[in-house]
Ligand binder design. Sequence first.
Ligand code: C5P
Length: 257
Amino acid sequence: MSDAPLPRPDLPSDPPGPDRGTAAVVPAAGRGVRLGPGTPKALRALNGTPMLIHAVNAMAGSRSVSLVVVVAPADDVARVTSLINEYAPPAGTEVVVVPGGETRQESVRRGIDVLPDTVSTVLVHDAARPLVPVETVDAVIEAVRGGAPAVVPAVPLADTVKQVEPQPDGRPEPVVATPERARLRAVQTPQGFDRALLARAHATVTGDVTDDASMVEQLGVRVVVVPGHEEAFKVTRPLDLVLAEAVLARRRANHGF
Ligand code: C5P
């Protein structure tokens, strides 16, 4: 294991190369309280490898992604940097680590801030979705490069969804609406953006949001959906860890890795 500093992203004066155009920002600065106390969620192991490493490798697995910016818990930058060095990313992919903020939005903004000028397409991918297949990553990139300024992978819902009126004192919540299930989608990451649009959204939109696409929607820009994948689920609760390890075991049985 080496504590040597990671290479910095290319300086803006660097000439654009054939593959310099797409970068991934991986917010990994959440504490993951719903998973229980202890290590920050992104550093918890799945089959012996930290979730964050799986997520970085999922981004680096796309031939189009040449830079991954990991946004680490502010007090864990050194530990995350060591881990990245220990699990050296695939050749051809540079990984840099920056400290995160109080909210996911702030963490993503800090990642965007260090992107070299040569980057024109940005993926934002939650470290908490470690098992997204490369086909999904590539589908998002392809749609952005094809002209869509904002792209999200999404899957149909199995459950019917109710909108409720939350009650302050734990009383039963009245249902106020049942949106038509066939028109609903559960949205995953990586979400892909034209870089200038994403930067503008993060510079201007304030308020609580749970994904980057909703910030772009607030600018009045159309977001489009591409098919997501069942293995791109978010590891949130303890049962999700069991499912993630089962997915990895199935991959190993099917493909030997
Ligand atoms: O909390 P939530 O599940 O929405 O977090 C999604 C992703 O955002 C996780 O990968 C988490 O590490 C990251 N995050 C962050 N900075 C925060 C809060 C969450 O990078 N302050």
